[in-house]
Design a protein around this ligand. Structure first.
Ligand code: SF4
Length: 373
């Protein structure tokens, strides 16, 4: 059965942000037509004979999909809709950097069917944005939200990064306040992680940057939880907050183990039994699809152990929680006593924000214990 969710990876960025380890292609001029033709080719190659296909969510991630501009995104959506129908009220998300959200681009995206914009704000402190090597300043974030709303795109998500090195002097409280002042319907928060092969990783190796201490990470995460909850947001997944009715339907599909298709370089896909992912470098993906080859990099069949571990991890990362088994009781009782978890409706195990700070360890622990039942 064809999946109801599609992810499209648009790899282009103007430059690499200091902390970024995503699969991107840095381009001053984005080869929009070349990319769109290649994506249509991938769709045809891999799904030509798969029958009628209708989807509930379409997500353009990257990279920076907004770098395709108004017309570029419009042509890309048209190319996809030649093969795939969007169900009524489908959620169509575009990740955008603030400076790309011009009045004209936003109007064109809205007309093309984009219903949700995920704006990479990261911070409202210009000094911090320069340190991150972002291409926008703080004022551009407010303008982007305004242009999107004027164009009719009301479903706005803003991303922020927390746990930055202390010597930057960033005020997390001020940034959370600035996010709330823009009245988004959704907020995503990511703690800074330093990967060795990024510009930031190299700075850290030289001793130029000192990672934020653990207690700072915890304090900022808990502050955001309290402040956003008080403002009416559901903390519905470890990194995501949404107003009621505005949770990301696309990402929620990942967390409930629904199948999804992935198109574009490095895109991942899941069919309920196996994962596959495409080759990551743009040039390799382009060469493969234009010579009518599947751009597959690898495919991984999930074992029963994989499924059990993923089930625990996915359940614990969301507010929906995890169905418990009788044998779990002894292991989870101390978590509940410590304030890391609660038992929700129908006895589901739901981690608290303090529990989410230990998500990896708790999920690994419960998976191990369950493997012994
Ligand atoms: S805009 Fe996003 S994908 Fe591009 S370099 Fe920056 S963090 Fe990476």
């Amino acid at each position: 059965m064809l999946p109801r969710h599609v992810y499209v990876h648009v790899p282009f960025c103007a430059r690499r942000c200091t902390y970024c380890d995503f699969s991107i292609a840095v381009r001053r001029v984005v080869p929009s037509d070349e990319y769109t033709l290649a994506l249509a080719r991938e769709l045809e190659l891999r799904f030509r004979d798969a029958g009628e296909w209708s989807i509930d969510t379409l997500y353009f991630g990257g990279g920076t999909p907004s770098r395709l501009g108004g017309d570029g995104v419009s042509r890309l959506v048209d190319a996809i809709r030649k093969r795939i129908d969007l169900a009524p009220k489908a959620e169509v998300t575009l990740e955008a950097n603030p400076e790309d959200v011009t009045p004209n681009a936003a109007r064109t995206w809205h007309a093309a069917g984009i219903s949700r914009l995920s704006i990479g704000a990261q911070s409202f402190d210009d000094k911090v944005l320069r340190w991150m090597h972002r291409t926008h300043d703080a004022a551009a974030i407010g303008r982007a939200a305004e242009h999107a709303r004027d164009a009719g795109i009301d479903n706005l998500s803003l991303d922020l990064i927390f746990a930055l090195p202390r010597n930057l002097g960033r005020s997390w409280e001020a940034d959370v306040d600035r996010v709330l002042s823009l009245q988004p319907s959704h907020v995503s928060l990511y703690g800074l992680t330093v990967e060795p092969h990024t510009p930031l990783g190299r700075s850290q190796a030289r001793g130029d940057v000192v990672e934020s201490p653990e207690e700072n990470y915890e304090a900022e995460f808990l502050y955001a939880h309290d402040t956003l909850a008080a403002a009416g947001f559901d903390h519905y997944e470890v990194s995501n907050f949404g107003k009621p009715g505005s949770h990301s339907r696309h990402n929620s599909a990942y967390w409930t183990n629904a199948g999804y298709a992935g198109l574009g370089p490095s895109a991942h896909e899941f069919d309920g039994a196996a994962r596959r992912w495409n080759v990551a470098p743009y040039a390799d993906w382009l060469r493969r699809v234009t010579s009518s080859e599947d751009p597959l990099d690898e495919r991984e069949e999930l074992t029963d152990e994989n499924r059990a571990a993923e089930g625990v991890y996915l359940g614990l990362r969301t507010q929906r929680g995890l169905e418990t088994q009788t044998e779990d009781a002894a292991r989870i009782a101390p978590w509940i006593a410590a304030g890391w978890a609660t038992l929700g409706p129908a006895g589901r195990l739901v981690l608290t924000p303090r529990g989410w700070l230990r998500l990896d360890a708790l999920a690994a622990d419960l998976t191990l214990v369950r493997s012994c039942y």
